[in-house]
Design a protein around this ligand. Structure first.
Ligand code: ZN
Ligand code: ZN
Length: 180
């Protein structure tokens, strides 16, 4: 059997090749093999026509159903706009100390804020959100250490201000949580 790995699942992504730099970075950063997993999820049941958004927790629940036996984590990356009822929108959601995490590219694109396309900045935001949500699956809470990727991000400016890496305290917790 293949060793445990982080599976990245594209969900309604216009261009799945966006994920290539992410796969490389996550494998290095978490020191766990990373692989694409295709899942045929129906996002329609998470769609809320009044909000014109998708309920994140519904997608997340589907995402982790019947996981591959060697799934260490499952990270969904979707192009649709996601929310939970108490918030206007989300960059991502994760199960605390759990298997699954989900991020949305929808509000990470510079075009969303009326700026010219900037692939480099977009990729950086995508990495930060992926690392942040995976951090929650390792049991990390929001961290106040300046720049730590586990800083909470309400607005895109918050995402841009933090680093893509963990502070030392958070990094130690991730290392301890990795498969041996
Ligand atoms: Zn968070
Ligand atoms: Zn930290």
């Amino acid at each position: 059997m293949k060793s445990s790995r982080i599976y990245v699942v594209p969900l309604q992504l216009s261009d799945p090749s966006l994920l290539d730099p992410l796969l490389t970075y996550l494998a290095h950063g978490f020191r766990v093999p990373v692989e694409i997993l295709q899942r045929d999820l129906n996002l329609a049941k998470a769609y809320n026509p009044e909000r014109n958004q998708y309920y994140s927790s519904v997608i997340l629940a589907d995402l982790i159903e019947n996981p591959p036996v060697n799934a260490f984590r499952i990270l969904g990356v979707t192009g649709v706009d996601i929310y939970i009822p108490v918030l206007t929108y989300l960059f991502g959601e994760a199960q605390f100390k759990g298997l699954g995490a989900l991020i949305s590219t929808y509000r990470l694109r510079t075009e969303f804020y009326g700026d010219p396309p900037d692939m480099h900045l977009f990729q950086e935001r995508l990495l930060k959100e992926a690392v942040h949500e995976l951090g929650h699956t390792y049991g990390l809470r929001h961290c106040a250490y300046p720049g730590c990727v586990m800083n909470s991000s309400t607005y895109i400016e918050d995402v841009d201000e933090k680093m893509v890496s963990f502070c030392r305290v958070c990094a130690d917790i991730v290392r301890a949580g990795n498969p041996v």
